[in-house]
Design a protein around this ligand. Structure first.
Ligand code: IPM
Ligand code: MN
Length: 367
């Protein structure tokens, strides 16, 4: 039987609770589709840091490198100063394991979960490809005269041609393979006539960030001819924030840098029903990828069985899809859609009409 070894970092707060449900549902899919999942738990997070002073031992990073996939619940602890766990665990793994793509599907499963008037599942169905190793996150910069009235702080955005090219290439490939090449319904008849099947929008700020996004823009133009079935488009980041609210149906696949991707995917998560459903994958196509619900550790809900596990379950589905088990991933998604539409009152924590474990049970049973 086909077997997958997966590292699991449950992490802090409600991370372990939602992880348990994601694993439960993935197991149900594995049973149905005839493969095996071997979980390898790692004790990493705020609790361990407070006990031992260790954030992420080098030896653990080396062990994690041996896996094709890591499942991550959440990191973030109220007693740990902001930045230590985020930089020391999440960003360190994204960088050291060269997870250069952050993939964030944005899909609304039920109209009532969208805070935007008159928008339903037919309007919100796009995917954001966020660069995940460079930009403002690279940590370039420094300060002078700290703490004095003359203090200077510089934080630079690093954009390499190699980093931009590999991100764009991934995004063009996502667009090319989307809907198995069936034309996206947002295309104009003349685009379909011209053989287009998908649209890729570069999200930037070419009017102000004239070095960084000039590079992105040229790289985008240079690559486009290799993908004749993809309609290319461009939008400034501020305009995209407007359009996500006003016309989310205009988007199919979006590619952007690290910082803009961080910001627009939080906005996008809200129009898809919130952090209770939004999931993401940190992808290194040739190495170790890591899948996580987009929300944080929500420490105030810890142990109460009230947090929504669907984002975590969706992250599990993304992971199975990435591992090549696309039928199992599709079955999880179908079960999620069915249970949201028949059994879940609200996607907000404490308002689902069921507990965390019960939602996991319902979805597992639906598979
Ligand atoms: C995300 C998060 C992280 C980020 C934080 C926790 C460092 O907001 O995954 O979007 O900024 O990338
Ligand atoms: Mn974020």
């Amino acid at each position: 039987m086909k077997t997958y070894d997966i590292a699991v970092i449950g992490g802090d707060g409600t991370g372990p609770e939602v992880t348990a449900e994601a694993l439960k549902v993935a197991e149900a899919a594995a049973r149905k589709f005839g493969f095996r999942l071997n979980w390898h738990p790692y004790d990493v997070g705020g609790e361990r840091y407070l006990k031992t002073g260790e954030v992420l031992p080098d030896s653990v990073v080396e062990e994690l490198r041996k896996f094709k996939a890591i499942y991550l619940g959440a990191v973030g602890h109220p007693q740990v100063k902001p930045g230590i766990l985020e930089k020391g665990i999440l960003l360190r793994l994204r960088f050291e394991l060269e997870q250069y793509i952050n993939l964030r599907p944005v899909k609304l499963y039920r109209a009532q979960d969208c805070p935007v008037k008159d928008k339903g599942p037919e309007h919100v169905d796009f995917i954001v490809v966020r660069e995940n190793n460079e930009g403002l996150y690279a940590g370039a910069g420094g300060n002078l005269f700290k703490g004095t009235p003359h203090e200077v702080a510089v934080q630079e955005s690093i954009n390499t041609r190699r980093g931009v090219d590999r991100c764009l290439k991934y995004a063009f490939e996502v667009a090319r393979k989307r809907r198995n090449g069936q034309p996206w319904k947002g295309l104009k008849p003349e685009d379909v006539q011209a053989g287009k099947t998908a649209q890729l929008t570069l999200c930037g700020k070419t009017n102000v960030l004239t070095y960084a996004f000039d590079l992105w823009w040229r790289a985008f133009q240079d690559m486009a001819p290799a993908y004749p079935t993809i309609k290319t488009d461009y939008a400034h980041v501020d305009a995209i924030c407007m359009w996500f609210v006003k016309n989310p149906e205009w988007f199919d696949v979006i590619v952007t840098d690290n910082m803009f991707g961080d910001i627009i995917t939080d906005l996008a998560a809200m129009i898809q029903g919130g952090l209770g459903v939004a999931a993401g994958g940190n992808i290194n196509p040739d190495g170790t990828s890591m899948f996580e619900p987009m929300g944080g550790s929500a420490p105030k809900y810890t142990g109460q069985n009230v947090i929504n596990p669907i984002a975590a379950i969706n992250a599990g589905a993304m992971m199975l899809d990435f591992l090549g088990e696309s039928a199992a991933a599709a079955a999880i998604e179908a079960a999620v859609v069915k249970i949201i539409n028949t059994r879940i009152q609200s996607l907000a924590a404490g308002k689902m009409g069921h507990g965390t474990r019960e939602v996991g049970d319902l979805i597992a049973a639906a598979i």
